[in-house]
Each structure stands twice: as C-alpha cells, then as structure tokens.
Design a protein around this ligand. Structure first.
Ligand code: TYD
Length: 197
C-alpha cells in the first residue's frame, strides 16, 4: 500500500520542529515513517539557507523554493511508493504564505500555479496556528534571529496561512498550548488518516 503524505505548516516559532520529531517517533512504532523538511538537503536547499543568511530578492527566493520542491517531491514520491509514511516540515503552503507576504497579493496566483506543477497533493496538512507575538517569544528564547523572524511580517504570513487553510482544507491546530496537547490533537487527525486504533 502507498504511504501517506502528511505536511506540517506554521509560522516560525509555532513548534513544528518539536511536533514533527514527536510525531515521527510515535508513528514509527506503528508503521514505516520518515521525517523530511524544506528547504531540503539538496543543493538548492543549501542555496536557500544561504539566501536566508544574506539579503536576496524575494522573487529569486520564490523560484528557488519551488525548484527545491521539485527535487524534494521526487524524493518524497519514492518513499510513498515504498509504502513509507512521510512527515514533511513545510511544503507548498510555506511558499504561498511567506512569499505572498513578501511579494504582495498580486503574486499569489503565480506562486500557486508554479507550485501546482511540482507538488503531490498531501493526504493531510496540519497548520500549527499561533499569534506571531507568541511565536516570536519562542524564536527569541532559542536565541535565533533572521530576516524571516519579524513580527509584522509573520502576522501577514499567518493571515495567508489561514486563508489557505480554508481553500485547501488544512486542519488548524491551536499551537499556543503546550507541546503535549498539540501532539495529542495532531495524532487524532493522523490516526484517522492511517486508520490506526
Ligand atoms: P525553517 O527551516 O522551517 O525555519 P526554522 O526551522 O528556523 O523555523 O525555514 C526557514 C525559513 O524559510 C522560514 O522562515 C520559512 C522560510 N520559507 C519560505 O519563506 N518559503 C518556503 O517555501 C519555505 C519552505 C520556507
């Protein structure tokens, strides 16, 4: 049987990283599961990590995120064909939310169209929703700062995410609660998808 494709989305500091590791550990006890993330480990992913550290144009970044996704989708497809469940930390919704927030609403249809050429439709997308002020607290307490981590910007990214959640049927999880509660809610959705008891 083909593996299931589960995507986690949310603004910086929403707790995706903690949740993705906890979910993968739990799932691995029940079925073959792998954790992957974007930007990917490929060379375009490396370029994007550099772009995050330096000043680069949002149009260039948009194209790189989509190029990286084309490569990553191919790898994901291989796992799914082998019956492995894939948990992916960020996918096309990240580009639609973050790059629309950078470039403006007028670029949204273009970003959507480009992505449609390179993606597989996820079986389930969980959106970890949190107010950027809450998210920023967590980001700051990790001692990280980058141009992506600005409250006003993240407010717009969150707005874009919530719009996408309606359009594309994401499950929205209140991520302002503790990691244990968030994990339990996420697992309820996943259990339903995988028909696990
Ligand atoms: P990520 O590695 O998830 O950040 P962190 O683990 O530090 O929270 O992603 C790095 C940044 O890249 C993050 O701010 C979101 C941004 N990003 C986009 O803007 N567009 C995209 O398509 C993706 C995949 C990430």
């Amino acid at each position: 049987m083909r593996g299931r494709f589960i995507v986690l989305e949310g603004i910086d500091g929403a707790g995706k990283s903690t949740l993705s590791h906890a979910l993968t550990e739990r799932l691995s006890a029940l079925t073959a599961a792998v954790l992957t993330a974007e930007p990917s480990e490929g060379y375009v992913g490396d370029a994007l990590r550099r772009a995050g550290a330096e000043e680069s144009h949002p149009l260039l970044e948009s194209l790189l995120f989509v190029a990286d996704r084309a490569h990553h989708t191919h790898i994901i497809e291989g796992w799914l064909e082998k019956g492995i469940t894939v948990i992916c930390d960020r996918y096309y919704a990240s580009t639609l939310a973050y790059q629309t927030a950078s470039l403006g609403e007028g670029f949204r249809p273009w970003l959507r169209e480009m992505n449609e050429k390179v993606i597989i439709k996820p079986d389930l997308t969980l959106l970890l929703d949190i107010d950027p002020d809450g998210g920023m607290d967590r980001v700051n307490s990790r001692g990280e700062s980058s141009k992506f981590e600005k409250t006003e910007y993240l407010r717009e990214v969150r707005k874009q995410y919530l719009k996408l959640a309606e359009e594309d049927g994401f499950r929205v999880i209140d991520a302002s609660r503790g990691p244990g509660e968030v994990l339990e809610e996420a697992f309820v959705h996943i259990r339903g998808l995988l028909e696990l008891i």
